[in-house]
Design a protein around this ligand. Sequence first.
Ligand SMILES: CC(C)(COP(=O)(O)OP(=O)(O)OC[C@H]1O[C@@H](n2cnc3c(N)ncnc32)[C@H](O)[C@@H]1OP(=O)(O)O)[C@@H](O)C(=O)NCCC(=O)NCCS
Length: 150
Amino acid sequence: MFTPVSHPEWEVSTDQQRLDREMIHRFLGETYWAKGIPRETVDQAIDGSCCFGVYEAGQQIAFARVITDFATFAWLADVFVVVSHRGRGVSKVLVRAILDDPRLQNLPRWMLATLDAQGLYEQFGFRVVSSPERFMEIRRANPYGQPTAN
Ligand SMILES: CC(C)(COP(=O)(O)OP(=O)(O)OC[C@H]1O[C@@H](n2cnc3c(N)ncnc32)[C@H](O)[C@@H]1OP(=O)(O)O)[C@@H](O)C(=O)NCCC(=O)NCCS
C-alpha cells in the first residue's frame, strides 16, 4: 500500500480498510454540505472514491476523498480534520499528500467546492473558476432530508 507522506506525528494513508467509517459518517452528517447523509451513502461514496485518512497514534484525525477517473479529472470532496486536531497543519499535510499521489499526476483539471476554506486550497494552486458561466450543475436542494450548502 502506498503511503504518500510520513510525518513525525501524522501518517497519511490511502488504505480504504483503515478508514473509521463510523467517525466519518458521524462527522459528515453534521456538516453544512452533507447534513443528514445516511451511513449507506457514505459507504458507497467511500467505496467509489480514492480516499485519504490521516492517523495519529492509530486514530483517524482527518479525511478526504477524491472522485476521479485518474486520467482527466478529479473532484476533491469531504475534506475535514476532527475538531480537537485543527489549527496544527493537518489539512495542509493532507492536501499536499493528495496532490502528490502518483496516481493523480498531470490531470488537466481538479475542482472542489467550499464555503469558506478558499485560503487553504489557494495555497496549493486552486483558484476561483475563471469562467463560471461555462459550468453547470444539477442540484437537489434537500438530498438527505435537510438543507445543504455546496
Ligand atoms: C478547513 C479544515 C479542513 C482546516 O483544517 P486544519 O488542519 O485545522 O487547518 P491547518 O492547520 O492545516 O491550516 C489551514 C490553513 O488554511 C487556512 N484556512 C483558510 N480557510 C480556512 C478555514 N475555513 N478553516 C481553516 N483554515 C483555513 C488557514 O489559515 C491555514 O493557513 P496558514 O497555516 O497559512 O495560516 C478544518 O478546519 C475543518 O475540518 N473544517 C470543517 C470542515 C470544512 O469546512 N472543510 C472544508 C470543506 S471543503
